[in-house]
Write a protein that binds this ligand. Sequence first.
Ligand code: GLC
Ligand code: CA
Length: 552
Amino acid sequence: MNNEKKWWKEAVVYQIYPRSFMDGNGDGIGDLKGVMEKLDYLSYLGIDVIWMSPIFQSPNHDNGYDVSDYQNIMDEFGTMDEFELLLEESHKRGIKIILDLVVNHTSDEHRWFQKSCEDKENPYWDYYIWKPAEDGKEPTNWGTWFGGSAWEYNENRKRYYLHLFSPHQPDLNWKNPSVRKEVYDMMHWWLEKGIDGFRMDVINLISKSEDFSDGKLDGLYGNVRPFCLNGPHVHEYLKEMNEKVLSQYDIMTIGEATEIMVEDAKEFAGTDRNELDMVFQLEHMDMGKGQYGKWNDAPVDLKELKDIFQRWQDGLCDVGWNTLFWSNHDQPRAVSRFGDDGAYWEMSAKMLAICLHMMRGTPFIYQGEEIGMTNAGFSDLQEYRDVESLNAYHELVDELGISHEDMMKYLRLKGRDNARTPMQWSNDAEAGFTDAVPWISVNRNYPEINVEKQKQEEDSVLNCYRGVIALRHEKPVIVYGDFNMLLEDSPFIFAYERTLDDVRLTVFCNFTNQNVPCELLSDTEHVLISNYKERAGKILRPYEAVVYEKMN
Ligand code: GLC
Ligand code: CA
Protein backbone atom coordinates (compact mmCIF):
# COMPACT_ATOMS: atom_id res chain seq x y z
CA MET A 1 0.00 0.00 0.00
CA ASN A 2 1.20 3.52 -0.78
CA ASN A 3 0.99 5.28 2.58
CA GLU A 4 3.47 8.09 2.32
CA LYS A 5 2.08 10.89 4.48
CA LYS A 6 0.95 14.04 2.66
CA TRP A 7 -1.16 16.93 3.91
CA TRP A 8 -3.42 16.72 0.89
CA LYS A 9 -4.24 13.11 1.67
CA GLU A 10 -5.48 14.16 5.11
CA ALA A 11 -7.48 17.15 3.90
CA VAL A 12 -11.17 17.63 3.19
CA VAL A 13 -11.78 20.00 0.28
CA TYR A 14 -14.79 22.26 -0.19
CA GLN A 15 -15.63 23.45 -3.68
CA ILE A 16 -16.95 26.98 -4.04
CA TYR A 17 -18.73 28.07 -7.20
CA PRO A 18 -18.26 31.77 -6.47
CA ARG A 19 -21.10 32.98 -8.65
CA SER A 20 -23.61 31.12 -6.50
CA PHE A 21 -22.00 31.09 -3.07
CA MET A 22 -22.63 34.48 -1.46
CA ASP A 23 -23.31 37.94 -2.83
CA GLY A 24 -21.36 40.48 -0.80
CA ASN A 25 -22.32 43.68 -2.65
CA GLY A 26 -25.97 43.20 -3.52
CA ASP A 27 -25.88 42.82 -7.30
CA GLY A 28 -27.31 39.29 -7.41
CA ILE A 29 -23.98 37.62 -8.21
CA GLY A 30 -21.79 35.82 -5.71
CA ASP A 31 -18.32 37.33 -5.18
CA LEU A 32 -15.09 37.23 -3.17
CA LYS A 33 -16.47 39.53 -0.49
CA GLY A 34 -19.25 37.00 -0.04
CA VAL A 35 -16.75 34.16 0.33
CA MET A 36 -14.92 36.24 2.92
CA GLU A 37 -18.13 36.68 4.92
CA LYS A 38 -18.55 32.94 5.04
CA LEU A 39 -15.03 31.93 6.03
CA ASP A 40 -16.07 31.42 9.63
CA TYR A 41 -18.82 29.11 8.45
CA LEU A 42 -16.21 27.04 6.58
CA SER A 43 -14.08 26.87 9.74
CA TYR A 44 -17.13 25.72 11.66
CA LEU A 45 -17.74 23.04 9.01
CA GLY A 46 -14.16 21.94 9.55
CA ILE A 47 -12.82 21.77 5.99
CA ASP A 48 -9.11 22.21 5.21
CA VAL A 49 -9.02 23.45 1.64
CA ILE A 50 -11.21 25.61 -0.58
CA TRP A 51 -11.20 24.93 -4.32
CA MET A 52 -12.61 27.97 -6.08
CA SER A 53 -14.05 27.60 -9.55
CA PRO A 54 -12.54 30.26 -11.88
CA ILE A 55 -12.35 33.79 -10.48
CA PHE A 56 -10.42 35.30 -13.38
CA GLN A 57 -11.44 37.97 -15.85
CA SER A 58 -14.00 36.39 -18.17
CA PRO A 59 -16.90 37.33 -20.45
CA ASN A 60 -18.72 34.41 -18.79
CA HIS A 61 -19.93 32.43 -21.75
CA ASP A 62 -19.18 29.41 -19.57
CA ASN A 63 -19.22 31.07 -16.14
CA GLY A 64 -15.52 31.75 -15.91
CA TYR A 65 -14.31 28.60 -17.69
CA ASP A 66 -13.54 31.01 -20.53
CA VAL A 67 -10.69 33.14 -19.19
CA SER A 68 -9.80 36.43 -20.88
CA ASP A 69 -7.08 37.41 -18.39
CA TYR A 70 -5.52 34.88 -16.03
CA GLN A 71 -3.90 37.53 -13.86
CA ASN A 72 -6.91 39.67 -13.04
CA ILE A 73 -10.06 39.02 -11.02
CA MET A 74 -13.42 38.99 -12.79
CA ASP A 75 -15.06 42.41 -12.31
CA GLU A 76 -18.20 40.86 -10.87
CA PHE A 77 -16.19 38.94 -8.28
CA GLY A 78 -14.10 41.80 -6.92
CA THR A 79 -10.48 42.90 -6.93
CA MET A 80 -7.02 41.42 -6.54
CA ASP A 81 -6.75 43.14 -3.15
CA GLU A 82 -9.88 41.33 -2.06
CA PHE A 83 -8.42 38.04 -3.25
CA GLU A 84 -5.20 38.64 -1.35
CA LEU A 85 -7.12 39.47 1.79
CA LEU A 86 -9.23 36.35 1.36
CA LEU A 87 -6.12 34.22 1.01
CA GLU A 88 -4.60 35.78 4.10
CA GLU A 89 -7.75 35.39 6.18
CA SER A 90 -8.16 31.79 5.04
CA HIS A 91 -4.59 30.95 5.94
CA LYS A 92 -5.12 32.52 9.37
CA ARG A 93 -7.91 30.02 9.90
CA GLY A 94 -5.79 27.12 8.69
CA ILE A 95 -7.69 26.89 5.40
CA LYS A 96 -5.79 26.59 2.13
CA ILE A 97 -7.03 27.82 -1.25
CA ILE A 98 -6.57 26.14 -4.60
CA LEU A 99 -7.59 27.75 -7.87
CA ASP A 100 -9.01 26.43 -11.10
CA LEU A 101 -6.43 26.34 -13.89
CA VAL A 102 -8.30 26.51 -17.20
CA VAL A 103 -5.61 26.18 -19.84
CA ASN A 104 -6.94 23.77 -22.43
CA HIS A 105 -8.58 26.86 -23.88
CA THR A 106 -8.93 30.58 -23.25
CA SER A 107 -11.76 32.97 -23.92
CA ASP A 108 -12.01 34.34 -27.46
CA GLU A 109 -11.60 37.71 -25.75
CA HIS A 110 -8.17 36.81 -24.40
CA ARG A 111 -5.44 39.11 -25.73
CA TRP A 112 -3.58 36.08 -27.15
CA PHE A 113 -6.56 35.07 -29.22
CA GLN A 114 -7.25 38.59 -30.41
CA LYS A 115 -3.66 38.78 -31.62
CA SER A 116 -3.87 35.32 -33.11
CA CYS A 117 -6.79 36.46 -35.25
CA GLU A 118 -4.92 39.37 -36.81
CA ASP A 119 -4.23 39.06 -40.51
CA LYS A 120 -0.56 40.02 -40.12
CA GLU A 121 1.79 37.36 -38.88
CA ASN A 122 2.78 37.92 -35.23
CA PRO A 123 4.13 35.89 -32.27
CA TYR A 124 0.60 34.81 -31.30
CA TRP A 125 -0.30 33.37 -34.69
CA ASP A 126 0.46 29.87 -33.56
CA TYR A 127 -1.02 30.11 -30.03
CA TYR A 128 -4.22 28.36 -31.16
CA ILE A 129 -5.04 25.53 -33.52
CA TRP A 130 -5.76 26.95 -36.98
CA LYS A 131 -6.56 24.93 -40.10
CA PRO A 132 -7.57 25.81 -43.62
CA ALA A 133 -10.96 24.80 -44.96
CA GLU A 134 -11.38 21.36 -46.55
CA ASP A 135 -13.35 21.67 -49.81
CA GLY A 136 -14.79 24.94 -48.54
CA LYS A 137 -15.98 23.32 -45.32
CA GLU A 138 -14.79 22.61 -41.77
CA PRO A 139 -11.41 20.81 -41.71
CA THR A 140 -13.02 17.77 -40.03
CA ASN A 141 -16.49 16.68 -38.92
CA TRP A 142 -15.64 16.85 -35.18
CA GLY A 143 -18.31 17.91 -32.69
CA THR A 144 -17.80 19.59 -29.30
CA TRP A 145 -18.74 18.73 -25.74
CA PHE A 146 -21.33 21.50 -25.89
CA GLY A 147 -22.86 20.50 -29.25
CA GLY A 148 -22.14 21.95 -32.69
CA SER A 149 -18.99 21.79 -34.83
CA ALA A 150 -15.58 21.99 -33.17
CA TRP A 151 -14.41 24.43 -35.86
CA GLU A 152 -15.23 28.11 -36.18
CA TYR A 153 -14.32 30.17 -39.22
CA ASN A 154 -12.38 33.42 -38.79
CA GLU A 155 -12.70 35.97 -41.58
CA ASN A 156 -9.38 37.68 -40.87
CA ARG A 157 -7.27 34.58 -40.99
CA LYS A 158 -9.47 32.85 -43.56
CA ARG A 159 -9.05 29.78 -41.47
CA TYR A 160 -10.88 27.73 -38.91
CA TYR A 161 -9.86 27.45 -35.25
CA LEU A 162 -10.47 24.45 -33.04
CA HIS A 163 -12.68 24.64 -29.93
CA LEU A 164 -13.65 21.54 -27.98
CA PHE A 165 -16.23 23.53 -26.00
CA SER A 166 -18.09 26.67 -27.13
CA PRO A 167 -16.82 28.84 -30.03
CA HIS A 168 -15.97 31.38 -27.31
CA GLN A 169 -13.42 28.90 -25.90
CA PRO A 170 -10.66 28.45 -28.53
CA ASP A 171 -8.21 25.62 -27.70
CA LEU A 172 -4.64 26.62 -26.99
CA ASN A 173 -1.89 25.07 -29.08
CA TRP A 174 0.18 23.27 -26.45
CA LYS A 175 2.65 22.15 -29.10
CA ASN A 176 3.92 25.72 -29.15
CA PRO A 177 6.65 26.12 -26.46
CA SER A 178 5.76 29.81 -26.02
CA VAL A 179 2.23 28.85 -25.00
CA ARG A 180 3.57 26.43 -22.42
CA LYS A 181 5.97 29.02 -21.10
CA GLU A 182 3.20 31.62 -20.74
CA VAL A 183 1.11 29.12 -18.79
CA TYR A 184 3.99 28.14 -16.50
CA ASP A 185 4.88 31.80 -15.83
CA MET A 186 1.27 32.52 -14.94
CA MET A 187 1.20 29.51 -12.59
CA HIS A 188 4.37 30.72 -10.84
CA TRP A 189 2.81 34.14 -10.45
CA TRP A 190 -0.17 32.71 -8.56
CA LEU A 191 1.91 30.30 -6.53
CA GLU A 192 4.21 33.14 -5.49
CA LYS A 193 1.11 34.89 -4.16
CA GLY A 194 0.77 31.94 -1.85
CA ILE A 195 -2.07 29.85 -3.26
CA ASP A 196 -1.94 26.19 -2.33
CA GLY A 197 -2.46 24.40 -5.61
CA PHE A 198 -4.56 23.94 -8.70
CA ARG A 199 -7.50 21.97 -9.95
CA MET A 200 -6.76 21.65 -13.65
CA ASP A 201 -9.69 21.87 -16.01
CA VAL A 202 -10.00 19.07 -18.63
CA ILE A 203 -6.25 18.63 -18.46
CA ASN A 204 -6.24 15.37 -20.41
CA LEU A 205 -7.43 17.22 -23.53
CA ILE A 206 -4.45 19.56 -23.96
CA SER A 207 -2.52 17.47 -26.49
CA LYS A 208 -4.23 16.88 -29.83
CA SER A 209 -3.41 14.14 -32.27
CA GLU A 210 -1.54 14.99 -35.50
CA ASP A 211 -4.24 13.19 -37.37
CA PHE A 212 -6.83 15.71 -38.53
CA SER A 213 -9.27 13.31 -40.14
CA ASP A 214 -13.00 12.77 -39.69
CA GLY A 215 -14.31 11.01 -36.60
CA LYS A 216 -16.91 8.29 -36.52
CA LEU A 217 -20.34 9.86 -36.88
CA ASP A 218 -22.10 10.16 -33.53
CA GLY A 219 -25.39 12.03 -33.89
CA LEU A 220 -24.84 15.10 -36.05
CA TYR A 221 -21.04 15.25 -35.74
CA GLY A 222 -17.95 13.05 -35.77
CA ASN A 223 -16.52 11.77 -32.49
CA VAL A 224 -13.61 14.01 -31.53
CA ARG A 225 -12.50 11.91 -28.55
CA PRO A 226 -9.92 9.69 -30.29
CA PHE A 227 -8.17 12.87 -31.46
CA CYS A 228 -7.85 14.65 -28.14
CA LEU A 229 -8.37 12.40 -25.10
CA ASN A 230 -5.02 11.59 -23.43
CA GLY A 231 -3.29 12.84 -26.58
CA PRO A 232 0.22 11.94 -27.74
CA HIS A 233 2.21 14.56 -25.76
CA VAL A 234 0.04 15.07 -22.69
CA HIS A 235 2.44 13.30 -20.33
CA GLU A 236 5.44 15.08 -21.76
CA TYR A 237 3.70 18.43 -21.08
CA LEU A 238 2.64 17.50 -17.56
CA LYS A 239 6.11 16.28 -16.69
CA GLU A 240 7.51 19.52 -17.98
CA MET A 241 4.94 21.50 -15.95
CA ASN A 242 5.83 19.45 -12.91
CA GLU A 243 9.53 20.03 -13.33
CA LYS A 244 9.29 23.73 -14.16
CA VAL A 245 6.53 24.67 -11.72
CA LEU A 246 4.72 22.19 -9.50
CA SER A 247 7.71 20.44 -7.96
CA GLN A 248 8.99 23.76 -6.63
CA TYR A 249 6.11 24.22 -4.19
CA ASP A 250 4.37 22.21 -1.47
CA ILE A 251 0.99 22.22 -3.14
CA MET A 252 -1.95 20.06 -4.10
CA THR A 253 -2.76 19.31 -7.74
CA ILE A 254 -5.80 17.57 -9.14
CA GLY A 255 -6.34 17.12 -12.85
CA GLU A 256 -9.87 16.87 -14.15
CA ALA A 257 -9.48 13.99 -16.57
CA THR A 258 -12.52 13.32 -18.63
CA GLU A 259 -13.38 9.74 -19.69
CA ILE A 260 -10.29 8.10 -18.23
CA MET A 261 -9.90 4.60 -16.82
CA VAL A 262 -7.82 3.44 -13.84
CA GLU A 263 -4.87 2.53 -16.06
CA ASP A 264 -4.80 6.07 -17.51
CA ALA A 265 -5.02 7.58 -14.04
CA LYS A 266 -1.87 5.72 -13.04
CA GLU A 267 -0.08 7.63 -15.77
CA PHE A 268 -1.46 11.06 -14.83
CA ALA A 269 -1.15 10.71 -11.08
CA GLY A 270 0.94 7.66 -10.33
CA THR A 271 3.21 8.20 -7.32
CA ASP A 272 6.43 7.97 -9.31
CA ARG A 273 5.24 9.75 -12.42
CA ASN A 274 6.11 13.34 -11.45
CA GLU A 275 2.95 14.68 -12.99
CA LEU A 276 -0.11 15.35 -10.77
CA ASP A 277 -1.13 14.32 -7.24
CA MET A 278 -4.63 13.14 -8.11
CA VAL A 279 -7.20 13.11 -10.87
CA PHE A 280 -10.90 13.72 -10.91
CA GLN A 281 -12.03 10.69 -12.82
CA LEU A 282 -15.65 10.86 -13.89
CA GLU A 283 -16.56 7.21 -14.35
CA HIS A 284 -19.23 7.24 -11.64
CA MET A 285 -20.54 10.55 -13.01
CA ASP A 286 -20.75 9.19 -16.56
CA MET A 287 -22.71 6.06 -15.63
CA GLY A 288 -25.86 5.39 -17.60
CA LYS A 289 -24.95 7.30 -20.76
CA GLY A 290 -27.21 6.46 -23.69
CA GLN A 291 -27.85 7.39 -27.27
CA TYR A 292 -27.90 11.08 -26.38
CA GLY A 293 -25.07 10.96 -23.87
CA LYS A 294 -26.14 11.97 -20.39
CA TRP A 295 -29.54 13.24 -21.54
CA ASN A 296 -31.78 10.43 -20.37
CA ASP A 297 -33.57 9.28 -17.23
CA ALA A 298 -31.76 6.00 -16.62
CA PRO A 299 -31.80 5.15 -12.90
CA VAL A 300 -28.54 4.64 -10.98
CA ASP A 301 -27.45 1.01 -10.91
CA LEU A 302 -25.93 0.47 -7.45
CA LYS A 303 -24.05 -2.65 -8.50
CA GLU A 304 -22.34 -0.72 -11.28
CA LEU A 305 -21.61 2.21 -8.95
CA LYS A 306 -19.97 -0.16 -6.46
CA ASP A 307 -17.94 -1.85 -9.18
CA ILE A 308 -16.60 1.53 -10.26
CA PHE A 309 -15.59 2.56 -6.73
CA GLN A 310 -14.03 -0.83 -6.10
CA ARG A 311 -12.02 -0.64 -9.30
CA TRP A 312 -10.65 2.77 -8.35
CA GLN A 313 -10.06 1.98 -4.70
CA ASP A 314 -8.19 -1.22 -5.55
CA GLY A 315 -6.54 0.14 -8.67
CA LEU A 316 -4.83 3.12 -7.07
CA CYS A 317 -4.08 1.71 -3.61
CA ASP A 318 -0.42 0.95 -4.33
CA VAL A 319 0.44 3.56 -6.88
CA GLY A 320 -1.72 6.64 -6.46
CA TRP A 321 -4.40 8.43 -4.48
CA ASN A 322 -8.13 8.80 -5.15
CA THR A 323 -10.40 11.81 -5.12
CA LEU A 324 -13.82 11.14 -3.59
CA PHE A 325 -16.87 13.11 -4.69
CA TRP A 326 -20.57 12.78 -5.46
CA SER A 327 -21.00 16.05 -7.27
CA ASN A 328 -19.51 19.29 -8.56
CA HIS A 329 -20.61 22.33 -10.59
CA ASP A 330 -21.12 20.15 -13.70
CA GLN A 331 -23.29 17.51 -12.08
CA PRO A 332 -26.75 17.17 -10.59
CA ARG A 333 -27.11 17.38 -6.81
CA ALA A 334 -25.85 14.29 -5.01
CA VAL A 335 -28.95 13.63 -2.93
CA SER A 336 -31.24 13.95 -5.96
CA ARG A 337 -29.11 11.62 -8.02
CA PHE A 338 -27.86 8.93 -5.65
CA GLY A 339 -30.26 9.33 -2.72
CA ASP A 340 -33.90 10.36 -2.41
CA ASP A 341 -34.85 14.03 -2.41
CA GLY A 342 -38.40 13.18 -1.30
CA ALA A 343 -39.45 11.17 1.75
CA TYR A 344 -35.93 10.06 2.71
CA TRP A 345 -34.15 13.30 1.88
CA GLU A 346 -32.45 13.70 5.25
CA MET A 347 -31.52 10.05 5.80
CA SER A 348 -30.19 9.60 2.30
CA ALA A 349 -28.16 12.83 2.35
CA LYS A 350 -26.45 11.65 5.55
CA MET A 351 -25.98 8.13 4.21
CA LEU A 352 -24.19 9.53 1.16
CA ALA A 353 -21.91 11.62 3.38
CA ILE A 354 -20.95 8.63 5.48
CA CYS A 355 -20.54 6.29 2.51
CA LEU A 356 -18.18 8.61 0.66
CA HIS A 357 -16.17 10.05 3.53
CA MET A 358 -15.18 6.70 5.03
CA MET A 359 -13.47 5.62 1.80
CA ARG A 360 -9.79 5.94 0.99
CA GLY A 361 -8.96 9.17 -0.83
CA THR A 362 -9.37 12.93 -0.49
CA PRO A 363 -13.04 13.95 -0.20
CA PHE A 364 -14.45 16.96 -2.06
CA ILE A 365 -17.70 18.52 -0.85
CA TYR A 366 -19.54 20.64 -3.39
CA GLN A 367 -21.13 23.76 -1.87
CA GLY A 368 -24.60 23.05 -0.52
CA GLU A 369 -24.07 19.30 -0.46
CA GLU A 370 -23.37 19.62 3.27
CA ILE A 371 -26.98 20.74 3.83
CA GLY A 372 -28.42 18.29 1.33
CA MET A 373 -29.32 20.81 -1.36
CA THR A 374 -31.44 19.22 -4.08
CA ASN A 375 -31.80 19.63 -7.85
CA ALA A 376 -33.21 22.97 -8.98
CA GLY A 377 -36.61 21.72 -10.10
CA PHE A 378 -36.87 24.27 -12.94
CA SER A 379 -39.93 23.68 -15.11
CA ASP A 380 -39.31 26.47 -17.62
CA LEU A 381 -36.47 26.57 -20.15
CA GLN A 382 -36.18 30.31 -19.39
CA GLU A 383 -34.86 29.51 -15.93
CA TYR A 384 -31.80 27.70 -17.28
CA ARG A 385 -28.59 29.67 -17.76
CA ASP A 386 -26.04 27.02 -18.71
CA VAL A 387 -24.63 27.05 -22.25
CA GLU A 388 -24.41 23.25 -22.27
CA SER A 389 -28.05 22.76 -21.30
CA LEU A 390 -29.38 25.40 -23.71
CA ASN A 391 -27.32 24.07 -26.62
CA ALA A 392 -28.37 20.51 -25.83
CA TYR A 393 -32.03 21.52 -25.75
CA HIS A 394 -31.80 23.05 -29.20
CA GLU A 395 -29.78 20.21 -30.67
CA LEU A 396 -31.95 17.42 -29.24
CA VAL A 397 -35.38 19.02 -29.53
CA ASP A 398 -35.02 21.16 -32.65
CA GLU A 399 -32.71 18.92 -34.64
CA LEU A 400 -33.02 15.37 -33.34
CA GLY A 401 -36.73 15.30 -32.57
CA ILE A 402 -36.77 14.61 -28.80
CA SER A 403 -40.01 15.93 -27.28
CA HIS A 404 -39.97 19.14 -25.25
CA GLU A 405 -41.39 17.25 -22.23
CA ASP A 406 -38.72 14.56 -22.32
CA MET A 407 -35.90 17.08 -22.66
CA MET A 408 -37.24 19.19 -19.79
CA LYS A 409 -37.26 16.03 -17.68
CA TYR A 410 -33.65 15.25 -18.63
CA LEU A 411 -32.60 18.81 -17.80
CA ARG A 412 -34.28 18.52 -14.41
CA LEU A 413 -32.30 15.34 -13.77
CA LYS A 414 -28.93 16.10 -15.35
CA GLY A 415 -28.56 19.81 -16.21
CA ARG A 416 -25.54 21.56 -14.71
CA ASP A 417 -27.70 24.40 -13.37
CA ASN A 418 -29.03 21.96 -10.76
CA ALA A 419 -25.77 22.53 -8.91
CA ARG A 420 -25.63 26.25 -9.64
CA THR A 421 -28.68 27.62 -7.83
CA PRO A 422 -27.64 29.93 -4.98
CA MET A 423 -26.36 28.53 -1.71
CA GLN A 424 -29.22 28.37 0.79
CA TRP A 425 -28.03 30.27 3.85
CA SER A 426 -31.28 31.06 5.62
CA ASN A 427 -35.00 31.50 5.50
CA ASP A 428 -34.64 35.13 4.40
CA ALA A 429 -35.63 36.29 0.92
CA GLU A 430 -33.52 34.65 -1.84
CA ALA A 431 -32.23 32.19 0.77
CA GLY A 432 -30.05 34.91 2.30
CA PHE A 433 -27.79 34.76 -0.78
CA THR A 434 -28.47 38.29 -2.03
CA ASP A 435 -30.55 41.41 -1.47
CA ALA A 436 -31.07 41.72 -5.21
CA VAL A 437 -32.52 39.42 -7.87
CA PRO A 438 -30.10 36.48 -8.12
CA TRP A 439 -28.53 35.71 -11.51
CA ILE A 440 -30.25 32.31 -11.40
CA SER A 441 -33.35 31.45 -9.37
CA VAL A 442 -33.00 30.06 -5.88
CA ASN A 443 -34.41 26.62 -5.24
CA ARG A 444 -37.92 27.02 -3.84
CA ASN A 445 -37.20 24.64 -0.99
CA TYR A 446 -34.88 27.06 0.83
CA PRO A 447 -37.26 27.62 3.77
CA GLU A 448 -36.88 23.91 4.60
CA ILE A 449 -33.26 23.41 3.52
CA ASN A 450 -30.84 26.08 4.74
CA VAL A 451 -27.69 26.52 6.81
CA GLU A 452 -29.26 28.59 9.61
CA LYS A 453 -31.86 25.95 10.32
CA GLN A 454 -29.42 23.07 10.23
CA LYS A 455 -26.97 24.80 12.54
CA GLN A 456 -29.66 24.68 15.20
CA GLU A 457 -30.63 21.06 14.72
CA GLU A 458 -28.32 18.58 16.34
CA ASP A 459 -29.29 15.81 13.91
CA SER A 460 -29.07 17.85 10.74
CA VAL A 461 -27.33 16.86 7.52
CA LEU A 462 -24.92 19.72 8.24
CA ASN A 463 -23.97 18.25 11.59
CA CYS A 464 -23.51 14.85 9.98
CA TYR A 465 -21.00 16.42 7.56
CA ARG A 466 -19.25 18.12 10.46
CA GLY A 467 -19.10 14.69 12.07
CA VAL A 468 -17.53 12.85 9.14
CA ILE A 469 -15.03 15.67 8.58
CA ALA A 470 -13.99 15.65 12.23
CA LEU A 471 -13.62 11.86 12.18
CA ARG A 472 -11.22 12.00 9.23
CA HIS A 473 -9.04 14.36 11.23
CA GLU A 474 -9.10 12.10 14.30
CA LYS A 475 -8.77 8.63 12.81
CA PRO A 476 -5.75 7.72 10.71
CA VAL A 477 -7.59 4.57 9.59
CA ILE A 478 -10.00 6.75 7.60
CA VAL A 479 -7.15 8.39 5.72
CA TYR A 480 -4.58 5.64 5.44
CA GLY A 481 -6.46 2.38 6.07
CA ASP A 482 -6.63 -0.41 3.55
CA PHE A 483 -9.93 -0.67 1.64
CA ASN A 484 -11.77 -3.92 1.16
CA MET A 485 -15.22 -4.18 -0.45
CA LEU A 486 -17.81 -6.33 1.37
CA LEU A 487 -21.09 -7.82 0.09
CA GLU A 488 -19.88 -7.24 -3.46
CA ASP A 489 -22.92 -8.83 -5.06
CA SER A 490 -25.57 -6.96 -3.10
CA PRO A 491 -27.62 -4.69 -5.36
CA PHE A 492 -28.89 -2.79 -2.28
CA ILE A 493 -26.04 -2.40 0.19
CA PHE A 494 -22.72 -0.57 -0.30
CA ALA A 495 -20.41 -2.07 2.34
CA TYR A 496 -16.69 -2.09 2.92
CA GLU A 497 -14.04 -2.31 5.58
CA ARG A 498 -11.02 -0.19 6.32
CA THR A 499 -8.08 -1.49 8.32
CA LEU A 500 -4.94 0.10 9.69
CA ASP A 501 -2.69 -1.66 12.20
CA ASP A 502 -5.12 -3.03 14.79
CA VAL A 503 -8.10 -0.81 13.94
CA ARG A 504 -10.92 -1.99 11.69
CA LEU A 505 -13.90 0.03 10.47
CA THR A 506 -16.84 -1.66 8.79
CA VAL A 507 -19.24 0.52 6.85
CA PHE A 508 -22.78 -0.49 5.76
CA CYS A 509 -24.97 1.76 3.62
CA ASN A 510 -28.44 1.00 2.37
CA PHE A 511 -29.06 2.69 -0.99
CA THR A 512 -32.78 1.82 -1.03
CA ASN A 513 -35.96 3.03 0.67
CA GLN A 514 -36.68 -0.50 1.96
CA ASN A 515 -35.58 -2.52 4.95
CA VAL A 516 -32.75 -4.79 3.83
CA PRO A 517 -31.56 -7.75 5.91
CA CYS A 518 -27.82 -7.87 6.59
CA GLU A 519 -26.23 -10.67 8.62
CA LEU A 520 -23.04 -8.73 9.26
CA LEU A 521 -24.73 -6.10 11.46
CA SER A 522 -24.29 -6.12 15.20
CA ASP A 523 -26.21 -4.60 18.13
CA THR A 524 -23.23 -4.71 20.43
CA GLU A 525 -20.19 -3.50 18.49
CA HIS A 526 -19.08 0.08 18.97
CA VAL A 527 -20.79 2.41 16.49
CA LEU A 528 -18.52 5.20 15.29
CA ILE A 529 -21.21 7.06 13.35
CA SER A 530 -24.68 6.36 11.99
CA ASN A 531 -27.71 8.24 10.71
CA TYR A 532 -30.11 6.22 12.93
CA LYS A 533 -29.92 6.41 16.73
CA GLU A 534 -30.63 2.82 17.74
CA ARG A 535 -29.74 -0.42 16.00
CA ALA A 536 -32.40 -2.75 14.60
CA GLY A 537 -30.85 -6.19 14.76
CA LYS A 538 -29.84 -7.59 11.41
CA ILE A 539 -31.86 -5.07 9.41
CA LEU A 540 -30.62 -1.96 7.58
CA ARG A 541 -33.49 0.51 7.49
CA PRO A 542 -34.19 2.82 4.50
CA TYR A 543 -30.99 4.69 3.59
CA GLU A 544 -29.39 3.64 6.86
CA ALA A 545 -25.63 4.03 7.21
CA VAL A 546 -23.66 2.59 10.10
CA VAL A 547 -19.94 2.45 10.77
CA TYR A 548 -18.52 0.06 13.38
CA GLU A 549 -15.10 0.47 14.91
CA LYS A 550 -13.21 -2.48 16.31
CA MET A 551 -9.79 -2.67 17.94
CA ASN A 552 -8.12 -6.02 17.55
C1 GLC B 1 -14.71 21.38 -17.32
C2 GLC B 1 -15.45 22.26 -16.33
C3 GLC B 1 -16.73 22.72 -16.96
C4 GLC B 1 -16.41 23.51 -18.20
C5 GLC B 1 -15.50 22.72 -19.16
C6 GLC B 1 -14.87 23.62 -20.15
O1 GLC B 1 -15.35 20.20 -17.56
O2 GLC B 1 -15.64 21.59 -15.13
O3 GLC B 1 -17.52 23.47 -16.09
O4 GLC B 1 -17.58 23.86 -18.87
O5 GLC B 1 -14.43 22.09 -18.48
O6 GLC B 1 -13.96 24.48 -19.54
CA1 CA C 1 -21.98 40.52 -6.03
